[in-house]
Design a protein around this ligand. Structure first.
Ligand code: ADP
Length: 243
């Protein structure tokens, strides 16, 4: 469904992505692991044009484009077919949970207000926040705000949802609620690419685990292959440190 090839990116003299290629099939739950600074976030942000890559080709459905030369209308097309869940939620502080979820549908997709509201309420219900629809972000816990972020992503029914360390800003007791919503999405067959340090989620929900280090994909495979029989020394070393 989505194939991104030979993505390169540098910041100043630092080469942050050195030729990264990833294939995403419909229904995949891909977890990207790797030490801090390995380029995981930059990779996700490059795919969604939040960061401008130096090179790379994206094949998405029947579209093919050079991501470093993408035109505004290509970018809009990709954004319309994807959604992004941010580490820091990125909700509008002056909008309620319901309004935050609705915006992607009304402003983002040109949907009528009534229809958008019905979809947004359903999405909030699915993340367990039906009774928080009229709350502002400041009246919600971090975990609840992130679940609003996920509801916003789900509501637009994207082909793929990208998650950038969705639980790493949360207090430990709030992580579980967000992960269980993500597991439910995974079980429902939603295509997801997730950068996370949550190894339990990776083991239980991933269809494929990708290990990145130093701006390259070092190794990828099933959770079983990566966690139980990693082939590469760098993967073993990383897992030893964190497990
Ligand atoms: P990860 O998500 O694996 O922790 P990042 O993609 O966030 O890694 O960062 C990879 C490298 O790129 C890091 O060394 C980081 O400091 C650098 N980097 C990321 N964003 C920027 C930026 N906007 N400007 C300069 N350097 C950046």
């Amino acid at each position: 469904m989505l194939e991104i090839s030979h993505v390169k990116k540098h910041f100043g003299k630092q080469e942050v992505l050195k030729d990264v290629t990833l294939k995403v099939n419909k229904g995949d739950v891909i977890v990207i692991l790797g030490p801090s600074g390995s380029g995981k976030t930059t990779f996700l942000r490059s795919l969604t044009f939040l960061e401008k890559a130096d090179a790379g080709v994206m094949v998405f459905g029947d579209k093919q484009l050079d991501i470093h030369k993408a035109k505004q209308k290509d970018i809009a097309w990709v954004r319309k077919h994807t959604a992004f869940v941010f580490q820091n939620y990125n909700l509008f502080a002056n909008k309620t949970a319901l309004q935050n979820v609705m915006l992607g549908l009304t402003v983002g997709r040109g949907m009528a207000k009534e229809e958008a509201e019905a979809i947004a309420r359903k999405a909030l219900k699915e993340v367990g926040l039906a009774d928080r629809a009229d709350y502002y972000p400041s009246q919600l816990s971090g975990g609840q705000q992130q679940r609003v972020g996920i509801a916003r992503a789900m509501a637009v029914k994207p082909d793929v949802i990208f998650f950038d360390e969705p639980t790493s800003a949360l207090d430990p007791e709030l992580v579980g609620g967000v992960l269980s919503v993500m597991k439910k999405l995974a079980a429902d067959g939603v295509t997801m690419v997730v950068v996370t340090h949550e190894m339990k989620f990776a083991r239980e929900a991933a269809t494929r685990v990708v290990f990145m280090d130093g701006g390259v994909i070092v190794e990828e495979g099933s959770p079983e292959e990566i966690f139980t029989h990693p082939k590469e020394a760098r993967t073993r070393q990383f897992l030893r440190r964190i497990l």
